[in-house]
Design a binder for this molecule. Structure first.
Ligand code: ADP
Ligand code: MG
Length: 256
């Protein structure tokens, strides 16, 4: 596989829930180090695209390529499913997802949350996984919280723990689904700071966000979705500074 292949490439993606087609032919490419933000109204299909990319949802048409390797499918239309469970696992562990509601395991300490998948999915040595987990918790600024349970943390701390958990898989790319929208404004910023630092490290990230300032600060490319189609895309300067479509202009004026 050539090194120049994008980390993630989505071509002509179509997805319907039963009869309702919600993604109608979307293309997204993220090269290594790219930060791509997806913006758009509620219901425009942002979460669905992330979930399809990660194979948490099936899709009926289109290709998804991970580092140039296409997902192999079996079946057609609504019966189309990934054909190779090993490929699914490889891709899911390489596209680590961070959810709006954190999705930490409530019965595990923060350290256990971060160590769990590296040990059980990647087969890492426990002591090594623990050492790495402490380092990731340090990176997101909550090293001292390793021994507590998620409910004992603020939302911002929980989300940073979820980011540490995603990083612990050493993924090729991180997928964020509205990582700050469940947070109070004062807690939002501590998560934004972590995402900015990851962008500065050159991580490959696909970020669904309602936070236009963050999208503008961290992205190489911003994609505006409308009803399951890309309505407009470009650099943050182009999209936020010089929006062309009336829909994007309307969307931006409604979000300030
Ligand atoms: P966004 O993340 O941009 O708000 P979603 O991807 O969640 O949008 O949703 C896109 C469309 O798909 C919406 O019309 C939503 O109601 C619909 N949808 C999302 N998830 C489901 C589901 N599990 N079953 C049926 N419809 C769904
Ligand atoms: Mg969503």
């Amino acid at each position: 596989m050539p090194d120049t292949a994008p980390v993630l490439e989505i071509r002509d993606l179509h997805k319907a829930y039963h009869d309702l087609e919600v993604i109608k032919g979307v293309d997204i490419t993220a090269h290594r180090g790219d930060v791509v933000s997806l913006i758009g109204s509620s219901g425009s299909g942002k979460s669905t695209i992330l979930r399809c990319a990660n194979l948490l949802e099936n899709s009926q048409q289109g290709e998804i390529l991970f580092k140039g390797e296409p997902i192999t499918w079996k079946g057609n239309g609504h019966d189309r499913l990934p054909a190779d469970p090993k490929q699914v696992l490889r891709i899911r562990t390489n596209l680590s997802m961070v959810f709006q509601q954190f999705n930490l395991w409530s019965h595990m300490t923060i350290l256990q949350n971060v160590m769990e998948a590296p040990v059980t999915v990647l087969g890492r040595d426990k002591a090594e996984a623990e050492e790495a987990a402490h380092a990731y918790l340090d990176k997101v600024g909550i090293r001292d919280k390793h021994d507590v349970y998620p409910a004992q943390l603020s939302g911002g701390q929980q989300q940073r723990a979820a980011i540490a958990r995603a990083l612990a898989m050493e993924p090729e790319a991180l997928l964020f689904d509205e990582p700050t929208s469940a947070l109070d404004p004062e807690l939002e910023q501590e998560v934004v700071r972590v995402i900015k630092s990851l962008a500065e490290e050159g991580r490959t990230m696909l970020i669904v966000t309602h936070d236009m300032k963050m999208a503008s600060d961290v992205s190489d490319k911003v994609i505006f979705l409308h009803q399951g189609l890309v309505e407009e895309q470009g650099s943050p300067d182009e999209l936020f500074g010089n929006p062309k479509s009336e829909r994007l202009k309307g969307f931006l004026s409604s979000t300030v």
